[in-house]
Design a protein around this ligand. Structure first.
Ligand SMILES: [Mg+2]
Ligand SMILES: [Zn+2]
Length: 190
């Protein structure tokens, strides 16, 4: 059966620093997975407005042995439950488990995770909003032909400052919002 995104289309979110608090020590358990203010409502709002909400996340902590698949699943159960309680739905979550030196094609800034979602939903990625807080999220979006959106949460302010010097014009013109709630409000109005 062919899967298709809901009527408003697909929106792809980075996880750490966009939905939940990031940590320099990695987010290793459901207890450490703490939503940013307003993010759960933002995800639920996108879903209720007719978007299919997917998450594409680098999780090199898996490859580094800092946590395992069970812990990751527990984090995502917590996330999905919070969004469900807010009246929405998280659709597909894809992660890159590899460390940077493994040279995989899924770790952002590579576009592998986004292409995986495109195949899963049988949809083109052109125009699909990809929301992130780090340069590699935006680069992955550009590499996939999607639409990069930066939030100022997580690493976002640092990333915003670095964009002025970005080598690629597509990165210098990225749209920036304060947080996921502001992104969701804008996308719902489109
Ligand atoms: Mg992030
Ligand atoms: Zn990977």
């Amino acid at each position: 059966m062919l899967r298709r995104p809901a009527k408003k289309g697909l929106v792809v979110l980075d996880r750490d620093g966009v939905i939940n608090r990031d940590s320099p020590d990695f987010v290793k358990s459901a207890a450490e997975w703490l939503p940013l203010p307003g993010s759960i409502e933002a995800v639920a709002g996108l879903s209720r407005a007719g978007f299919t909400v997917a998450v594409a996340s680098n999780q090199s902590g898996l490859g580094r042995g800092l946590f395992d698949r069970r812990a990751l699943a527990a984090m995502h159960r917590k996330f999905r439950r919070l969004v469900a309680n807010a009246g929405g739905r998280v659709d597909r979550i894809v992660v890159c488990p590899h460390t940077p030196d493994e040279g995989c094609n899924c770790r952002k800034p590579r576009a592998g995770l986004l292409h995986r979602l495109g195949r899963y939903y049988n949809t083109e990625l052109g125009g699909v909003p990809v929301v992130g807080d780090s340069l590699r999220d935006l680069e992955a979006a550009v590499n996939a032909g999607a639409r990069p959106i930066l939030v100022r949460t997580g690493n976002g302010r640092k990333t915003e400052a670095s964009l002025k010097r970005a080598p690629r014009a597509a990165l210098r013109s990225v749209v920036v919002f304060d947080d996921l709630a502001a992104v969701a409000a804008a996308l719902v109005k489109e």
